[in-house]
Design a protein around this ligand. Sequence first.
Ligand code: ZN
Length: 273
Amino acid sequence: MKNEKSNYVVIFNGFNEHDEYAKKNYTLKPPSKIHNFLELEKNHFEVQAIKAIIRKYQKMLKENGFNIFFDPDISRIHITTKKEYREKIDKNNSGKFQWGDIYVFRSDNKSYFIGSLVHQLAHMLSYYEIAVTKSASGSFGLESKQSGIHKTDRSLKLDDFLGLNEALAETITRDICHRLCENNVLLNDEETLKLLGGMSYQNHIKMVNVITANKHEDKQKTMMIFLHSFIFGDEEFLNTLTLTAEQLQKLKEVGRGEEEAKNFITFLTEGAN
Ligand SMILES: [Zn+2]
């Protein structure tokens, strides 16, 4: 039996029993309204790349025993020019996953485009929970609650495991990129080398290696527990971490910055001496 995995959980905060109508009829604003950007029609290469990547995700999930069918709606992947992307969507990163939609920019650098798309699709695959909030004045708002194992709560100033979550997204990305390059018709040799050579969040991935180093005899098993938590949003991964309270707190605080991950590795390894 296939179990689809390409949507997310929406919870409602601040609504009361009289708001049933609002709950039932609440719809997200379309991305073009949120960011007011001009979406490009996907070209042949982009459509082929998206389809090939999704097939690799399906294969990876099946091979790892995840009984889910990842079949995201391609219309929720939005491509725009780099200029539009930088000005209207995101100033820094190469792609964005927000409210269930993916945003990437068109690039002549095919390896860069694919690497970024694969990474954002990892976020789309992962557990995702957003809250629709209603203020006292009755206006609606949106708040991300959990993406993979990254938990946020503005009112509690909670922002836990962002860095570890990115490490898991990028670990999956590396695996999918290798699969794509096995029988690759999308990229030439030079582009293939570039895709396999490039890696975001290098220190975050090292961080995962350090925290899982002596935890399980079977490293693969540890990684599977991490991936399960990433995809289903459970907290099982916490049980595999035998960190002190102080180490765990520091790990929670590691964000997207490479320096932060590097400092955490130093903290952990020096602490062990
Ligand atoms: Zn990411």
